[in-house]
Write a protein that binds this ligand. Sequence first.
Ligand code: ZN
Ligand code: ZN
Ligand code: FE
Length: 764
Amino acid sequence: MANLVKSIIYNIYGVVQGVGFRPFVHRIALAHRITGKVINRGSFVEVVAQGSDEDLQNFRNALAAEAPERANIVDIKEQVVELEVFEEFSILESQADKGAIFIPPDIATCHQCRKELFDPADRRYLHSFINCTACGPRLTILEALPYDRERTSMKHFPMCQACEKEYYSLASRRYDAQPVCCNDCGPEVYILGSNLRGGTAITECRKLLMQGKIAAIKGIGGFHLACDGRNIEAVNRLRELKHRPRKPFAVMMNNVDTVRKECILSEKALSWLDGCEKPILLLAKKSDCTLPDILAPGNPTLGVMLPYAPLQMLLFDYPDGVEFTDTLVMTSGNVSGAPICRTEEDAWQEISSFCDIILSHNRDIRLRADDSVMRLYNNEPYMIRRSRGFAPLPIKVDLPLKGEVLAIGGELKNAFCIAKDQLFYIAPHIGDMEDVRSNEALKDSVKLFSELLECKVDRTISDMHPGYHTTGIAGELSSNVLKIQHHYAHILSCMAENNYLEPVIGVAMDGTGYGSDGTIWGGEILLASPDKFERFTHIAPFPQAGGDAASREGWRIAVGLLEKYLPEQAGKYAEKLDLCSSVEYKMLSAMIKNNINTVVSTSVGRLFDGVSALLGIARNSTFEGDAAMSLEFAAQRWYEANKDDLPGIDSSFAEKGIMATDELFIRLANERIKGVDVGFLAYSFHKLLADMITASCVQARSLSNVNVCALSGGSFQNMLLLDLCREKLLKNGFRVLLHKLVPANDGGISLGQALYGVYNIKQF
Ligand code: ZN
Ligand code: ZN
Ligand code: FE
């Protein structure tokens, strides 16, 4: 019988594939005289280690402490066993196994690869697909797990001898890097419909961009539409073609120096901007910002990102003598609301009429991933769109949950979520479901994603709204559907992200959601736990007349609010404030009185639209949140100008513990008629709303003994409202849970839906 010795088996969970983890284990094993093996099990990495007790201890410490930068260890399980003696330490090939699954997100091109990209002596000089174990595409090229080249879209590009040598050499930065390739063996860029390829194609694209043309450019998770961010005519043309008159465009800047010149960049912000995810980061414009205002009209912030793929770096810095801009508009290549274009066919069909040139390449994108969008709040990330670089890293909840569910997400900014026991995998952003292409994209993504996660889709969970496309799709995918109220899902999402599952006072300040009573909800204070909720209170209801038009035309809301709260003066006020013509007023008034195409609403998003119209700031919205954002900026501007000498705001009526938004609106209307400063009124509205929210939470606490508030819903993307609420709640002794890496908007509700589904798995 063979000689058996003490051995330790470590099962390491987390993002440990495709990030150089196994060579790292090999290196520290050698350093600590450990023999044994490391093997990729698909869902985890298994290490078998033999050595002296002291060496084993040091090896174990190094495993956790020295792991590669890109690795993300969630858990290490240890087991002591007796095994045959290993003479050396070896790396074994992948063997798929079932269990918790970690799909690596895409990683921005690292600094070392960038250096090589522009080094004429390097073999990958100017290679548009350079990558290494620390960087490159992952999720977006993946077909199946475990993550190995033959299960990615790199399978069509067999490695040349030189690349193969690096791939198999433990000493190389490219050991086991699945997408590794070079100028000899890798994919190629080209201009669609022409025979320009490689560098010539890049130069042509650069020239056209500098002539003010618009280019569609294939990236990591889809196509972008790009133009020179300093060319006002080009930006305006792109706005016209995309039917996007005001919604802010994100820009990509050539380097950190340009960002510093135009925007305020803290150290913390830099660490995110230049980190391995490279999201779009909302940064405050400097007062002497030289970029045209039309990039983000009237907006004090600008969405900025740095080049994160080699092709983008080459676009800015290709050594061809073309004088190039330092700032490109880089907006998602899609029809407004539709998913981002993934294939060349998509690009031809959908966006070729928006652009003058399509710069493409022949590495397939398997799964779409838009750019993630975030900002910082109190030095912490505050996510707006969670996608490339973050999806599909799971959120873990520390409860012994069991079961698998698919949460289909919301109707706008859809991102679905698959839950497996304690792990919640939120998929990349898809889009708005009114567009039929988004419906198809959602179904396709669910299929690929559930295969990757080895999840049967036999339990789905959806919103209660009977008219949502997502509700229908959830039913198509499975006959086992559980429904959940929209704002309750928002609150559960915030709880799950904070790993806090005790009862909370849920403050949902949101656009539109279908309420349990069939009316439209949105400004809700809920008493919520993972198994149930109660509607504690809500803002004062008002009529929302005109169906879909009401969400674009805030003046309709303003007139509805006047009709409801100031019926005597409504007509006079509407005329005096120029809210609408007298014909429009009569029509709307009749609709409301006769209850035609009118719903009862407690939507805070619509209240913001209505107040924005009442104050003469924005009568309409050209995109969701447009009028509300203008109101926020007006309030913010007023506050900045007056913060050293704030006039008193009478808040006595706001301290009563009810959400008396009716009284608040009446006051704003009367003062506006009297000619009180609009900035002051805009700020007062935010302040008094925050005071009322806090007073309601205090009352909820006295009845429930719950001292924790969870803040969620799209209106909490309003930084002034968020800040005023948080401050006041903290002052009143509450613990306040906020979102961080999951959006407060509808992009985050699938997490709350999924938590509800797994927690209440017996209800299916
Ligand atoms: Zn790299
Ligand atoms: Zn090669
Ligand atoms: Fe919502």
